[in-house]
Design a protein around this ligand. Structure first.
Ligand code: PLP
Length: 376
Protein backbone atom coordinates (compact mmCIF):
# COMPACT_ATOMS: atom_id res chain seq x y z
CA UNK A 1 0.00 0.00 0.00
CA UNK A 2 1.28 3.48 -0.83
CA UNK A 3 2.62 5.54 2.09
CA UNK A 4 0.16 7.85 3.76
CA UNK A 5 0.55 11.43 2.54
CA UNK A 6 2.05 13.73 5.15
CA UNK A 7 -0.44 14.49 7.90
CA UNK A 8 -3.42 14.47 5.52
CA UNK A 9 -5.78 13.60 8.39
CA UNK A 10 -4.50 16.60 10.32
CA UNK A 11 -4.71 18.88 7.30
CA UNK A 12 -8.31 17.79 6.74
CA UNK A 13 -9.45 18.24 10.34
CA UNK A 14 -8.95 21.99 10.10
CA UNK A 15 -9.25 22.42 6.31
CA UNK A 16 -9.74 26.10 5.48
CA UNK A 17 -9.63 27.18 9.15
CA UNK A 18 -7.39 29.83 10.64
CA UNK A 19 -8.37 32.19 13.45
CA UNK A 20 -9.78 35.47 12.12
CA UNK A 21 -7.60 38.33 13.36
CA UNK A 22 -10.60 40.59 14.11
CA UNK A 23 -13.06 38.19 15.74
CA UNK A 24 -11.06 35.09 16.65
CA UNK A 25 -13.56 32.96 14.70
CA UNK A 26 -11.99 29.59 13.96
CA UNK A 27 -14.10 28.59 10.98
CA UNK A 28 -14.30 30.66 7.82
CA UNK A 29 -17.20 32.99 6.95
CA UNK A 30 -19.07 32.89 3.62
CA UNK A 31 -18.37 35.91 1.42
CA UNK A 32 -21.40 36.44 -0.79
CA UNK A 33 -20.27 39.75 -2.26
CA UNK A 34 -20.03 39.67 -6.05
CA UNK A 35 -18.01 42.88 -6.26
CA UNK A 36 -15.08 44.41 -4.37
CA UNK A 37 -14.14 48.05 -3.82
CA UNK A 38 -11.20 49.70 -5.54
CA UNK A 39 -8.80 51.92 -3.63
CA UNK A 40 -8.35 55.59 -4.61
CA UNK A 41 -5.28 54.67 -6.65
CA UNK A 42 -7.43 52.29 -8.71
CA UNK A 43 -6.02 49.06 -7.22
CA UNK A 44 -8.00 46.28 -5.50
CA UNK A 45 -6.27 45.96 -2.11
CA UNK A 46 -8.11 42.73 -1.20
CA UNK A 47 -7.01 41.02 -4.42
CA UNK A 48 -10.58 40.42 -5.64
CA UNK A 49 -12.37 42.39 -8.37
CA UNK A 50 -15.53 40.53 -9.35
CA UNK A 51 -16.83 37.16 -8.12
CA UNK A 52 -16.65 35.38 -11.48
CA UNK A 53 -12.89 36.04 -11.48
CA UNK A 54 -12.42 35.22 -7.82
CA UNK A 55 -14.26 35.24 -4.53
CA UNK A 56 -12.58 34.88 -1.11
CA UNK A 57 -14.59 31.78 -0.10
CA UNK A 58 -14.01 30.03 -3.43
CA UNK A 59 -10.35 31.03 -3.33
CA UNK A 60 -10.03 29.49 0.13
CA UNK A 61 -11.57 26.23 -1.10
CA UNK A 62 -9.30 26.23 -4.17
CA UNK A 63 -6.08 26.77 -2.22
CA UNK A 64 -7.12 24.16 0.36
CA UNK A 65 -7.83 21.48 -2.25
CA UNK A 66 -4.64 22.31 -4.15
CA UNK A 67 -2.66 21.76 -0.96
CA UNK A 68 -4.45 18.49 -0.17
CA UNK A 69 -3.64 17.15 -3.64
CA UNK A 70 -0.04 18.37 -3.48
CA UNK A 71 -0.77 20.68 -6.43
CA UNK A 72 0.21 24.19 -7.39
CA UNK A 73 -3.24 25.59 -8.27
CA UNK A 74 -6.93 24.72 -8.35
CA UNK A 75 -9.96 26.05 -10.20
CA UNK A 76 -13.39 25.28 -8.72
CA UNK A 77 -16.48 24.92 -10.90
CA UNK A 78 -20.24 24.70 -10.54
CA UNK A 79 -20.17 20.91 -11.13
CA UNK A 80 -17.82 18.06 -12.00
CA UNK A 81 -19.07 18.21 -15.60
CA UNK A 82 -18.33 21.95 -15.81
CA UNK A 83 -14.79 21.15 -14.66
CA UNK A 84 -14.50 18.37 -17.29
CA UNK A 85 -15.81 20.67 -20.01
CA UNK A 86 -13.35 23.42 -19.06
CA UNK A 87 -10.41 21.03 -19.40
CA UNK A 88 -11.44 20.02 -22.91
CA UNK A 89 -12.22 23.62 -23.96
CA UNK A 90 -8.87 24.79 -22.61
CA UNK A 91 -6.59 22.06 -23.90
CA UNK A 92 -8.04 20.17 -26.81
CA UNK A 93 -8.95 22.63 -29.60
CA UNK A 94 -8.48 20.93 -32.98
CA UNK A 95 -7.10 17.84 -31.32
CA UNK A 96 -7.57 14.32 -30.11
CA UNK A 97 -8.25 12.87 -26.68
CA UNK A 98 -7.79 9.35 -25.33
CA UNK A 99 -10.76 8.38 -23.15
CA UNK A 100 -11.34 5.10 -21.32
CA UNK A 101 -14.33 3.00 -22.42
CA UNK A 102 -15.56 2.70 -18.85
CA UNK A 103 -15.39 6.42 -18.18
CA UNK A 104 -18.18 8.16 -16.18
CA UNK A 105 -21.11 8.06 -18.60
CA UNK A 106 -21.69 11.84 -18.41
CA UNK A 107 -18.21 12.45 -19.81
CA UNK A 108 -18.72 9.88 -22.58
CA UNK A 109 -22.08 11.42 -23.49
CA UNK A 110 -20.73 14.98 -23.51
CA UNK A 111 -17.76 13.84 -25.60
CA UNK A 112 -19.91 12.22 -28.24
CA UNK A 113 -22.76 14.72 -28.35
CA UNK A 114 -20.97 18.06 -27.86
CA UNK A 115 -17.15 17.90 -27.98
CA UNK A 116 -17.26 15.90 -31.20
CA UNK A 117 -19.36 18.65 -32.85
CA UNK A 118 -16.48 21.02 -32.12
CA UNK A 119 -14.13 18.73 -34.02
CA UNK A 120 -12.64 16.77 -31.13
CA UNK A 121 -11.34 13.35 -32.17
CA UNK A 122 -11.81 10.64 -29.56
CA UNK A 123 -10.22 7.23 -29.12
CA UNK A 124 -11.82 5.03 -26.49
CA UNK A 125 -9.48 2.50 -24.87
CA UNK A 126 -10.07 -0.48 -22.64
CA UNK A 127 -8.15 -0.79 -19.45
CA UNK A 128 -6.30 -3.79 -20.77
CA UNK A 129 -5.34 -1.96 -24.01
CA UNK A 130 -2.02 -0.40 -24.78
CA UNK A 131 -2.88 3.24 -24.05
CA UNK A 132 0.19 4.61 -25.68
CA UNK A 133 -0.82 2.85 -28.91
CA UNK A 134 -3.85 5.19 -28.99
CA UNK A 135 -1.69 8.32 -28.95
CA UNK A 136 -1.70 10.30 -32.19
CA UNK A 137 0.28 13.29 -33.41
CA UNK A 138 -2.56 15.61 -32.38
CA UNK A 139 -3.32 14.02 -28.98
CA UNK A 140 -3.88 16.87 -26.53
CA UNK A 141 -4.98 15.00 -23.42
CA UNK A 142 -5.12 11.52 -21.90
CA UNK A 143 -8.09 10.99 -19.60
CA UNK A 144 -7.79 8.47 -16.78
CA UNK A 145 -10.44 7.38 -14.31
CA UNK A 146 -9.16 4.89 -11.75
CA UNK A 147 -11.06 3.05 -10.33
CA UNK A 148 -13.44 3.33 -13.28
CA UNK A 149 -17.15 3.87 -13.03
CA UNK A 150 -18.88 1.42 -12.62
CA UNK A 151 -16.64 -1.55 -13.47
CA UNK A 152 -13.97 -0.53 -10.96
CA UNK A 153 -11.13 -1.10 -13.39
CA UNK A 154 -7.69 0.10 -12.39
CA UNK A 155 -5.22 2.06 -14.50
CA UNK A 156 -1.54 2.17 -13.62
CA UNK A 157 -1.47 5.96 -13.23
CA UNK A 158 2.31 6.21 -12.90
CA UNK A 159 2.93 4.14 -16.05
CA UNK A 160 0.42 5.97 -18.28
CA UNK A 161 1.30 9.46 -16.99
CA UNK A 162 5.02 8.75 -17.30
CA UNK A 163 4.70 7.64 -20.93
CA UNK A 164 2.43 10.60 -21.75
CA UNK A 165 4.85 13.05 -20.10
CA UNK A 166 7.75 11.67 -22.09
CA UNK A 167 5.77 12.63 -25.22
CA UNK A 168 4.73 16.01 -23.81
CA UNK A 169 1.04 15.07 -23.52
CA UNK A 170 -0.91 16.27 -20.45
CA UNK A 171 -2.90 13.76 -18.40
CA UNK A 172 -5.93 14.14 -16.17
CA UNK A 173 -7.06 11.67 -13.51
CA UNK A 174 -10.71 11.82 -12.47
CA UNK A 175 -10.11 11.07 -8.80
CA UNK A 176 -13.69 11.62 -7.62
CA UNK A 177 -13.87 8.12 -6.16
CA UNK A 178 -10.53 8.46 -4.37
CA UNK A 179 -10.36 11.93 -2.86
CA UNK A 180 -6.84 12.93 -1.74
CA UNK A 181 -7.26 10.54 1.20
CA UNK A 182 -6.99 7.46 -1.03
CA UNK A 183 -4.82 8.64 -3.90
CA UNK A 184 -2.94 11.77 -4.94
CA UNK A 185 -2.55 11.39 -8.72
CA UNK A 186 -0.12 14.32 -9.01
CA UNK A 187 2.35 12.28 -6.96
CA UNK A 188 2.16 9.61 -9.67
CA UNK A 189 2.91 12.09 -12.44
CA UNK A 190 -0.54 13.33 -13.55
CA UNK A 191 -0.75 16.86 -14.93
CA UNK A 192 -4.26 17.46 -13.55
CA UNK A 193 -6.65 15.94 -11.03
CA UNK A 194 -10.37 16.27 -11.64
CA UNK A 195 -13.04 16.05 -8.92
CA UNK A 196 -16.77 16.02 -8.85
CA UNK A 197 -16.80 17.64 -5.41
CA UNK A 198 -20.51 16.77 -5.35
CA UNK A 199 -19.45 13.33 -4.08
CA UNK A 200 -17.10 12.54 -1.19
CA UNK A 201 -15.59 16.01 -0.76
CA UNK A 202 -18.97 17.65 -0.11
CA UNK A 203 -19.92 14.32 1.42
CA UNK A 204 -23.57 14.89 2.34
CA UNK A 205 -25.45 14.75 -1.01
CA UNK A 206 -26.41 18.40 -0.72
CA UNK A 207 -23.94 20.47 -2.75
CA UNK A 208 -22.92 20.32 -6.42
CA UNK A 209 -19.40 21.26 -7.50
CA UNK A 210 -16.27 20.35 -9.39
CA UNK A 211 -12.58 21.16 -9.42
CA UNK A 212 -9.43 20.88 -11.50
CA UNK A 213 -6.16 20.77 -9.58
CA UNK A 214 -2.92 21.30 -11.49
CA UNK A 215 0.58 20.18 -10.59
CA UNK A 216 1.98 23.33 -12.20
CA UNK A 217 0.19 26.67 -11.74
CA UNK A 218 1.63 27.90 -15.04
CA UNK A 219 1.66 26.15 -18.40
CA UNK A 220 -1.57 24.47 -19.56
CA UNK A 221 -3.36 25.25 -16.28
CA UNK A 222 -3.43 28.94 -17.19
CA UNK A 223 -5.81 28.09 -20.08
CA UNK A 224 -8.12 26.17 -17.70
CA UNK A 225 -8.20 29.17 -15.37
CA UNK A 226 -9.09 31.42 -18.32
CA UNK A 227 -12.03 29.17 -19.28
CA UNK A 228 -13.15 29.13 -15.65
CA UNK A 229 -13.28 32.87 -15.27
CA UNK A 230 -14.35 33.81 -18.80
CA UNK A 231 -16.97 31.10 -19.40
CA UNK A 232 -18.02 31.52 -15.77
CA UNK A 233 -19.28 28.10 -14.63
CA UNK A 234 -17.72 28.85 -11.24
CA UNK A 235 -18.39 27.32 -7.84
CA UNK A 236 -20.62 29.65 -5.82
CA UNK A 237 -19.51 30.90 -2.39
CA UNK A 238 -22.03 28.86 -0.39
CA UNK A 239 -21.11 25.69 -2.29
CA UNK A 240 -17.43 26.42 -1.60
CA UNK A 241 -18.15 26.94 2.09
CA UNK A 242 -20.21 23.74 2.38
CA UNK A 243 -17.54 21.75 0.56
CA UNK A 244 -14.84 23.14 2.84
CA UNK A 245 -16.97 22.02 5.77
CA UNK A 246 -17.27 18.58 4.16
CA UNK A 247 -13.49 18.33 3.89
CA UNK A 248 -13.07 18.60 7.65
CA UNK A 249 -14.69 15.21 8.23
CA UNK A 250 -13.41 13.58 5.02
CA UNK A 251 -10.64 11.56 6.68
CA UNK A 252 -12.98 9.88 9.17
CA UNK A 253 -15.70 9.37 6.56
CA UNK A 254 -13.36 7.74 4.04
CA UNK A 255 -12.06 5.43 6.72
CA UNK A 256 -15.55 4.09 7.45
CA UNK A 257 -16.65 4.09 3.77
CA UNK A 258 -13.64 1.89 2.97
CA UNK A 259 -14.10 -0.46 5.93
CA UNK A 260 -17.80 -0.95 5.24
CA UNK A 261 -17.21 -1.45 1.50
CA UNK A 262 -14.55 -4.10 2.14
CA UNK A 263 -17.01 -6.04 4.36
CA UNK A 264 -19.77 -5.68 1.77
CA UNK A 265 -17.45 -6.92 -1.00
CA UNK A 266 -16.47 -10.01 1.03
CA UNK A 267 -20.11 -10.70 1.86
CA UNK A 268 -21.26 -10.44 -1.77
CA UNK A 269 -18.30 -12.50 -2.96
CA UNK A 270 -19.48 -15.39 -0.79
CA UNK A 271 -23.18 -15.00 -1.64
CA UNK A 272 -24.64 -17.74 -3.91
CA UNK A 273 -27.06 -15.28 -5.62
CA UNK A 274 -24.21 -13.05 -6.83
CA UNK A 275 -22.32 -13.95 -10.00
CA UNK A 276 -19.57 -11.33 -9.88
CA UNK A 277 -18.21 -8.63 -7.59
CA UNK A 278 -16.12 -5.67 -8.79
CA UNK A 279 -14.02 -4.13 -6.00
CA UNK A 280 -10.33 -3.19 -6.19
CA UNK A 281 -9.66 -4.70 -2.76
CA UNK A 282 -10.52 -8.24 -3.92
CA UNK A 283 -7.33 -10.16 -4.75
CA UNK A 284 -8.84 -11.62 -7.95
CA UNK A 285 -9.81 -8.15 -9.30
CA UNK A 286 -7.74 -7.23 -12.35
CA UNK A 287 -5.47 -4.39 -11.30
CA UNK A 288 -5.60 -5.30 -7.60
CA UNK A 289 -1.82 -5.15 -7.24
CA UNK A 290 -1.66 -1.76 -9.01
CA UNK A 291 -4.47 -0.47 -6.79
CA UNK A 292 -2.58 -1.69 -3.73
CA UNK A 293 0.49 0.24 -4.85
CA UNK A 294 -1.11 3.53 -5.86
CA UNK A 295 -4.04 3.80 -3.39
CA UNK A 296 -3.97 4.11 0.41
CA UNK A 297 -7.19 2.05 0.71
CA UNK A 298 -9.65 0.56 -1.79
CA UNK A 299 -12.56 2.97 -1.51
CA UNK A 300 -16.27 2.97 -0.75
CA UNK A 301 -17.57 2.09 -4.23
CA UNK A 302 -18.23 -1.34 -5.67
CA UNK A 303 -20.54 -3.10 -8.07
CA UNK A 304 -21.88 -6.61 -8.35
CA UNK A 305 -23.76 -8.68 -10.90
CA UNK A 306 -26.67 -11.05 -10.52
CA UNK A 307 -27.70 -13.63 -13.10
CA UNK A 308 -30.92 -12.81 -14.96
CA UNK A 309 -30.00 -9.40 -16.35
CA UNK A 310 -32.06 -6.20 -15.90
CA UNK A 311 -35.23 -7.67 -14.41
CA UNK A 312 -33.38 -9.65 -11.75
CA UNK A 313 -31.11 -6.72 -10.83
CA UNK A 314 -34.04 -4.30 -10.62
CA UNK A 315 -35.92 -6.78 -8.38
CA UNK A 316 -32.93 -6.97 -5.98
CA UNK A 317 -32.70 -3.15 -5.86
CA UNK A 318 -36.47 -2.91 -5.31
CA UNK A 319 -36.20 -5.07 -2.16
CA UNK A 320 -33.46 -2.94 -0.59
CA UNK A 321 -34.41 -0.79 2.38
CA UNK A 322 -31.23 0.59 3.98
CA UNK A 323 -29.56 1.13 0.59
CA UNK A 324 -31.60 3.89 -1.09
CA UNK A 325 -32.35 3.62 -4.82
CA UNK A 326 -30.73 6.78 -6.21
CA UNK A 327 -27.91 7.86 -8.45
CA UNK A 328 -24.73 9.64 -7.24
CA UNK A 329 -22.29 8.54 -4.58
CA UNK A 330 -20.08 9.64 -1.72
CA UNK A 331 -22.79 10.77 0.72
CA UNK A 332 -23.22 9.45 4.24
CA UNK A 333 -26.15 7.26 3.15
CA UNK A 334 -25.73 4.02 1.18
CA UNK A 335 -27.08 4.04 -2.38
CA UNK A 336 -27.84 1.34 -4.91
CA UNK A 337 -28.14 2.02 -8.61
CA UNK A 338 -29.04 -0.05 -11.65
CA UNK A 339 -26.45 1.57 -13.85
CA UNK A 340 -27.47 0.41 -17.34
CA UNK A 341 -30.92 2.00 -17.01
CA UNK A 342 -29.54 5.44 -16.13
CA UNK A 343 -26.85 5.56 -18.82
CA UNK A 344 -27.65 7.17 -22.17
CA UNK A 345 -28.37 4.67 -24.98
CA UNK A 346 -26.60 2.40 -25.66
CA UNK A 347 -25.60 1.60 -22.06
CA UNK A 348 -22.16 0.09 -21.53
CA UNK A 349 -22.76 -1.40 -18.07
CA UNK A 350 -23.86 -5.04 -17.85
CA UNK A 351 -27.66 -5.31 -17.46
CA UNK A 352 -27.33 -7.43 -14.32
CA UNK A 353 -25.03 -4.95 -12.58
CA UNK A 354 -25.91 -2.94 -9.47
CA UNK A 355 -23.54 -0.24 -8.25
CA UNK A 356 -23.26 0.46 -4.53
CA UNK A 357 -22.06 3.61 -2.83
CA UNK A 358 -21.39 2.19 0.62
CA UNK A 359 -22.25 4.70 3.32
CA UNK A 360 -21.65 5.13 7.01
CA UNK A 361 -24.42 2.96 8.47
CA UNK A 362 -23.66 0.09 10.84
CA UNK A 363 -22.17 -2.74 8.81
CA UNK A 364 -24.62 -5.33 10.25
CA UNK A 365 -27.57 -3.31 8.91
CA UNK A 366 -25.98 -3.06 5.46
CA UNK A 367 -25.27 -6.79 5.27
CA UNK A 368 -28.74 -7.69 6.57
CA UNK A 369 -30.31 -5.47 3.90
CA UNK A 370 -28.28 -7.08 1.12
CA UNK A 371 -29.02 -10.55 2.46
CA UNK A 372 -32.79 -10.06 2.49
CA UNK A 373 -32.73 -8.35 -0.93
CA UNK A 374 -30.77 -11.22 -2.48
CA UNK A 375 -32.95 -13.92 -0.93
CA UNK A 376 -34.73 -15.90 -3.66
N1 PLP B 1 -16.82 12.09 -12.48
C1 PLP B 1 -17.37 11.05 -11.84
C2 PLP B 1 -16.52 9.85 -11.54
C3 PLP B 1 -18.71 11.08 -11.48
O1 PLP B 1 -19.26 10.02 -10.85
C4 PLP B 1 -19.49 12.23 -11.78
C5 PLP B 1 -20.93 12.30 -11.43
O2 PLP B 1 -21.55 11.34 -11.07
C6 PLP B 1 -18.87 13.28 -12.45
C7 PLP B 1 -17.53 13.19 -12.78
C8 PLP B 1 -19.65 14.53 -12.81
O3 PLP B 1 -19.86 15.29 -11.67
P1 PLP B 1 -21.13 16.28 -11.42
O4 PLP B 1 -22.33 15.41 -11.28
O5 PLP B 1 -20.72 17.00 -10.18
O6 PLP B 1 -21.22 17.17 -12.61
Amino acid sequence: MADSPTRIATMLASAGCSADSETGALTPPVHFSTTFERAEDGSWPGGHVYARDSNPTRALFESTLAQLEGGGACAAFSSGMAASNALIMALCAGGHVVLPNDVYHGVRHLAHTVWRQWGLEITAVDYADDWTGAIRKNTKLIWIESPSNPLVQITDVEAVCGEAASRGIPTVVDSTWNTPVLMQPLRWGATFVLHSTTKYLGGHSDVLGGAVVAADPDGPYEAVRQVQKQAGAVMGPFAAWLTLRGLRSLGARMDLHCRNAAHVADFLEAHPAVSRVHYPGLPHQTGHEVARRQMHAFGGMLSFEVPGARQAAMAVAARMRTFRRATSLGGTESLVEHRASIEPEPPTSPEGLLRLSVGLEHIDDLLADLDQALAP
